[in-house]
Design a protein. Structure first.
Ligand code: NAD
Length: 416
């Protein structure tokens, strides 16, 4: 699958696999190794211009996005790669300007971009806006209209942060799992979706869980392809004991595995016991694949294993276009707009920067550069710098900007 390489710096690879070497790279012929100079292997020698749409959003969104912009400026100034960036409004900021959470014009730009880099939306200021115009509706429209059916959430525990987890160090140190959540189907979108007044002082609420075979097959393939580049194991989670959609999910995963991926280990687990296992012995997992609802919850549980919401990146991917071979993609931190700390320089920019790292890896086939960015983040954490959310005794508290500058400084050293 195009560009589904994991970070080499942090991830154990299968035997015989070099870091970031991907068959597509040869075909794309836009990044070549100059002589024996490993440092330059990720340079974009033809200087392909990558089109990015930046949507900072609300609250801390613009603050953490500023650190991505700093990185983009450096990459362009150094001639490492070239980005053409546009910026748009989404969420509450779009509502304030246009009375919608995303305009058609911004949607068109998102469709035309090679990748959308998204900050966060929402906040109490917009609590009473009409439901259709609520800030989150902008994000849901992006996911739906771009067909982003696969949500990838890595949960990696940086050694320096093992003590920030609510679990014991030995349970999380070296943790490296990938949760693949189906994002456009299931109970969040299924019809009917209604609240009916029964007329006797009672109301009835209905949400509908629906999955078709093709939806399960395509998310399964994303998970299996990822596993092949990692530790070769997929755990599929559903509730086949009580849900028909779980029965189908289990059946289709088993068929896709037998037909196309029998070199990968497939395990099935009920989603509730999977949740238990995630907090008991998370290191048993490699890739977890699950539906929209369970994925929402399980990925938040996995998130907390690594310490803070401020550390967690994500990618949302669509189908590969048969003609262009490109995927529609949106990259965003897992966290929200954090209104409680917005505007105070307290936000941790790592989740946002690591989301941009996922864009380098999955949209632009720049796995080596993404590895270096991950290594720069690990080095800064190892040096003891911490934003407030991950502060511990003996570490040095820094602001959003200082953290962004320190990470860029490390990346510059790694690139020198
Ligand atoms: P949140 O993720 O914004 O914040 C939860 C807690 O984590 C807060 O204490 C916050 O200060 C902290 N936090 C989050 N990101 C941080 C970071 N980068 N650095 C340091 N600390 C960080 O979740 P919430 O408080 O439940 O929601 C706030 C708003 O964000 C709501 O309007 C919600 O709807 C919205 N939201 C948006 C998204 C999104 O845009 N994808 C996701 C979740 C929530």
């Amino acid at each position: 699958m195009p560009g589904l390489d994991p970070p080499a710096g942090l991830k154990p690879r299968r035997r015989g696999e070099g870091p970031g070497i991907h068959p597509l790279r040869k075909m794309m012929d836009c990044r070549v190794k100059r002589g024996n100079d490993e440092q330059n292997v990720f340079e974009d020698t033809t200087m392909t211009t990558h089109k990015l749409l930046l949507l900072p959003g609300d609250g801390i969104g613009p603050e953490v996005m500023a650190e991505v912009k700093r990185l983009i400026d450096w990459l362009s100034a150094k001639g490492i790669t070239k980005f053409e960036t546009e910026q748009g409004l989404v969420g509450g900021s779009a509502y304030d300007a246009h009375k919608v959470s995303i305009t058609d014009d911004t949607m068109a730009k998102a469709k035309a971009a090679d990748a959308v880099i998204f900050g966060a939306v929402g906040g109490p200021k917009w609590d009473s806006v009409p439901y259709e115009a609520r800030p989150e509706a902008g994000l849901l429209r992006l996911r739906k209209d771009l067909g982003l059916f696969a949500n990838l959430r890595p949960a990696v525990c940086y050694p320096a942060l093992a003590d920030a987890s609510s679990l014991k160090r030995e349970a999380v140190e070296g943790l490296d799992i990938m949760i693949v959540r189906e994002l456009t189907g299931g109970v969040y979108f299924g019809e009917p979706k209604t609240i009916t007044d029964l007329g006797n002082g009672q109301k009835r609420a209905i949400d509908t869980q629906v999955y078709d075979t093709y939806e399960i097959e395509r998310i399964g393939r994303v998970a299996f392809d990822l596993a092949r580049k990692r530790r070769n194991k997929v755990t599929s989670m559903e509730k086949r004991n009580v849900m028909k959609s779980g029965v189908l999910w289990n059946e289709v995963m088993t068929q896709v595995h037998a037909r196309e991926y029998n070199d990968v280990t497939l395990e099935h687990q009920l989603a509730d016991s999977g949740g238990m296992m995630l907090v008991k012995y998370p290191k048993q997992f490699d890739v977890i694949v699950t539906d929209n609802l369970f994925g929402d919850m399980l990925s938040d549980i996995a998130a907390m294993l690594t310490g803070s919401l401020g550390m967690l990146p994500s990618a949302s991917l669509g189908e590969v276009d048969a003609k262009t071979k490109k995927r529609r993609a949106l990259y965003e931190p897992v966290h929200g707009s954090a209104p409680d700390i917005a505007g105070r320089g307290l936000a941790n920019p790592i989740a946002m920067l690591a989301s941009f790292g996922m864009a380098l890896r999955y949209s632009f086939d720049m796995g080596e550069l993404a590895d270096k960015l991950d290594a720069a983040i690990a080095a800064v954490l190892a040096s003891g710098l911490r934003t407030a959310d991950i502060k511990s005794e003996g570490s040095k508290g820094v602001s959003t900007t200082q953290m962004g500058e320190a990470i860029l400084g490390e990346l510059q050293k790694l690139h020198a």
